[in-house]
Design a protein around this ligand. Sequence first.
Ligand SMILES: Nc1ncnc2c1ncn2[C@@H]1O[C@H](COP(=O)(O)OP(=O)(O)OP(=O)(O)O)[C@@H](O)[C@H]1O
Length: 577
Amino acid sequence: MLKLRAFLHPYKIPMVVALLLMLAELTVELLQPLLMAKIIDDGILKEDYSVVTFWGAVMLALSFLAFASGIINSFYAAHVSQGFGFDIRKQLFGKVQSFTFEKLSKFPASSLITRMTNDITQLQNTLFMGLRIMLRAPLLIIGSVIMSFFVNAALATVFAFVIPFVIILLIWIMRKGSGLFKKVQAKLDAVNDVLRENLMGMRLIKAYVRRGHEIERFTKATDSLRNSTTKALRMIEMAMPILLLIMNIGIIYILWNGQVQVASGNVQVGEVVAIVNYGLRTTAALSMFSFIVMFLSRSRASASRVMEVLEIDEAEEKSVGKQVLLQDGSIYFNNVSFVYPGTSERVLKDISFHVKAGDTVAVMGGTGSGKSSLFQLIPRLYEVDSGKILIDDVPVRSMNIECLRNQIGLVPQEAVLFSGSVKDNIAWGKEHASYEEIIEAAKAAQIHETIIKLPNQYETKIGQKGVNLSGGQKQRLSVARAFVRRPKILLLDDSTSALDVKTEKKLLNALKNYTCTTLLITQKISTAQEADYTLLLDEGKIVAYGHHHELLETSPLYQKIYRSQMMEEVPDVKASN
Ligand SMILES: Nc1ncnc2c1ncn2[C@@H]1O[C@H](COP(=O)(O)OP(=O)(O)OP(=O)(O)O)[C@@H](O)[C@H]1O
C-alpha cells in the first residue's frame, strides 16, 4: 500500500489539516476523563459546586470544539480520499490504454474492471477511514495508556500487559485476513466475468435456451465469492470477542484493585473512575480496530492488485521512432514470420509480398490461416518475430507508433460502436472531423442513405437508448469511421461480408476517390474479382498471389474456392471445370 503513497503528494496540505483536526478531537477525548476525575474529587466529594460548574463548562466548550473539528475533518477526508481514488483510476485507465496486446492478455477484462472500480473504492474508503478514525484509534490507545499512568501508575500497570497482547493478536489477524481478502477480490473478478459474458451474450443464451445453465454458472461463482468472503469476515470478526474479553477482564481487575486502594486511602475515587474511563475508551478504540483491520486487510489486497497493473513497465513507447509522413503507402512484407506472444506456433511463415501504392489487394484463405494476424502486424498491434515490414520503403519498426497508426484505417472483423450518436461514431476516426467530411465518409461507405432515414439522422443515438443497427449497417459505419481519416493505408478485416454484391461493388468503387492502399480480407470471389490482386493464405503461408485471372489459371486452391462459390451462379464455369 505504501507504493501508492505518491498519489497522496498533491493532497499533502489537506491531509495535514485533516490530521491536525483529528488530533484536536483526540486531545479533547483524552482530557475528558481527567476533567471528570477533577469534578468528582475536587467538586462532588468536597461539595464545591463552583468547581463542578467551571470544569463542567470547560468540558462542554471542549466538546463543541471536538464536534467542529470532527465535521471539518470529514470534509477534508472526503476531499482527499475521493481525489486520491480519482487520480489512481485515471492513471490506471491510461496505463491499460498504453498496454501492448501481450500485456493486456495478462489480465481478463473483468479483472481490470474490478481493479478500476471495486479495488480503488476500497482504497478510497480506507484512506477516508484513515483520516477519520484509523490513526485516531491507535493514538487514542497510546494516549489513554499514558494518561492512565499519569493519573495513577499503580492502577494503570495492568494495561502494560493486556494491550500489547491484544495488538499482537490484531496484527496476526490482519496478515491472515489480507491473504483471504485477496482471494475474495479474485472471486469477485470471476463473478464479474460471468456477468459480463452473460450480459453480452444474452441473445445467444435465449436462442440456445441456456438460461438454466448460465444461472447455475453464476450461482457457482457467487457461491464461491460468498464462501470466501464469509471465511475472511469470520477471521476478522473473531478478533472482536477476544479483545473484548481480555479488556473487560483488565477493567474488572482495575475496579477490584481500585476499591482495595481506595479503602486503604492510597487512591482517590476520581482516579479510579478516570482510569476505568480510559480503559473503556481503549476498549472502544480496540474494537474499532477490528473494522480497521478489515479495511486494511482488504485495501492491502486491493493495493497490490492495483500496483500489479501500474507496475507493468513494458508499455508502448509513444515518443520513440521516426515521425514518417507516408507519401504513397506502398507495403512490403519481407520474409515475415510471427508467433503470438506466449505461444510457440508460428501463425505466419516467411511471408513476402509487395503492394504498390494505391492498389487494392484481397486477402483470402481458410479460417485460422493467419489473415487477421497479418493485418495486425501493419499498424504494429503486434511486432513481427523475424523479417521486416516496410511502408514507403521505411521499416515500420523504426516509425513512431502513433504517427504510423494515425495514417492507417483499420476496420476490425467485429464492428465496434461506442455510445453516442451516429455522427460521433464516424467522427471517432478523426479528431475534429467536419460535418462535410463525416457525410462524405458515410456516402463512400454506402451508409449515408440509411442514416438519413434514421429518426434524428446523424444525431441519432446508437445502442441501448437509441436505435440498434443491423450487422451490415454497423460494418458500414465502422468503414465510414476509417474513411473519415483519409488513411494512406486501409485495412478492412472482412468488413464487407454482410453487404450484398451490388453495395459492396459501390463501396469498392468509392475507394478509388481515396488515394490509399487497401488490403481487404474477404471470403468472396466476387470481391477478389474487384481487387487488383489477390493474396491467398493457407496455414500461415502464401500459396498464391496475383490477379484474379492469373490465380484462376495457376492456383488449385483458388480454383477450388472459385468453383465452390460459382457453381450455382455460373453454369458454364462449372462446365469448363
Ligand atoms: N491472440 C491470439 N493469441 C494466440 N493465438 C492466436 C491469437 N489470435 C489468433 N491466434 C491464432 O492464430 C492463428 C491465425 O488466426 P487469425 O485470426 O489470423 O486467422 P484468420 O485467417 O483471420 O481466421 P478467420 O478467417 O477465422 O478470422 C489461429 O490458429 C489462431 O488460433
